[in-house]
Design a binder for this molecule. Structure first.
Ligand code: SF4
Length: 249
């Protein structure tokens, strides 16, 4: 898909999505005849998207980034979700050689040392595998919501991702967390038990903590960093996936 073709779809999605249900939004993508990939972290939003795909867009490929540092609960939920919906979730893992280089340079948990080290780890364990997961895709579906954090407050229904040259579609962009929870309850969607223990957003185990009352939904991600724009690079244009040289923290 060219950027011009994508822009036509972006304009159509912008004018049509607001009045549609999740299933109608996903079914609309099916009509586009494109190769569609959904990346799931198994978080509560992504489980709602998986539930919608199972009925409205079963031809979409569902993939996850198995970073090697996920919670046991998340790994168990991958299998449970596959059984629940009768689907296959393809796991994309980091390259062993790059992990070895990261560990040799920074140490296994060197991401606590500096923002650069943390970005290097996310680059090796997430950003590079994401590139492989999206290879050949025309459309990339995510579970991003505007209400997740200030940094995501302007998430659009669709945008052109120039890094991966795909149309990125966010069908839950305008949903609230309350609406997500209601959908989970209504449809008995399997979710991560960590959500009930104070983890609204769940990433790698060493980089996620429970949030405190009143905190941003993503406050528990890389909590030791001060930057309010904390992201892993999956949803940031130009995020590096190569290992940079070590710098002094
Ligand atoms: S979230 Fe933490 S452990 Fe996971 S890839 Fe990023 S820095 Fe590494």
């Amino acid at each position: 898909m060219t950027p011009d073709e994508a822009q036509t779809l972006i304009d159509e999605i912008a004018s049509q999505f607001a009045a549609r249900t999740l299933e109608e939004r996903l079914a609309w993508l099916h009509d586009s005849g494109r190769r569609i990939v959904f990346t799931t972290s198994l978080g509560i939003e992504d489980q709602v998207v998986t539930d919608g795909l199972a009925s409205a867009l079963p031809s979409a490929s569902i993939v996850t980034l198995d970073t090697g540092r996920l919670f046991d609960e998340t790994l168990a939920l991958i299998t449970e979700t596959e059984r629940h919906y009768g689907i296959a979730i393809e796991r994309f893992k980091p390259e062993a050689e790059k992990i070895d280089r990261f560990v040799a340079t920074y140490g296994l948990n060197g991401f606590y040392e500096s923002v650069a080290a943390r970005h290097a780890c996310c680059g090796v364990r997430k950003v590079e595998p994401l590139g492989r997961a999206l290879a050949g895709a025309d459309v990339w579906i995510t579970g991003l919501r505007r209400g997740q954090s200030a940094a995501r407050g302007a998430v659009a229904f669709a945008e052109w991702d120039s890094d991966h040259e795909v149309l990125k579609v966010n069908p839950l962009a305008d949903w609230s967390l309350a609406e997500i929870r209601q959908r989970v309850q209504d449809r008995a969607i399997p979710i991560n038990p960590l959500h009930a223990r104070g983890y609204p957003s769940i990433g790698c185990a060493p980089c996620t903590r429970a949030v405190k009352p009143g905190e941003d939904e993503r406050a528990g991600r890389w909590w030791w960093e001060n930057d309010t724009q904390r992201e892993c690079g999956l949803h940031v244009a130009g995020a590096a996936s190569e290992l940079p040289a070590r710098q002094n923290a």
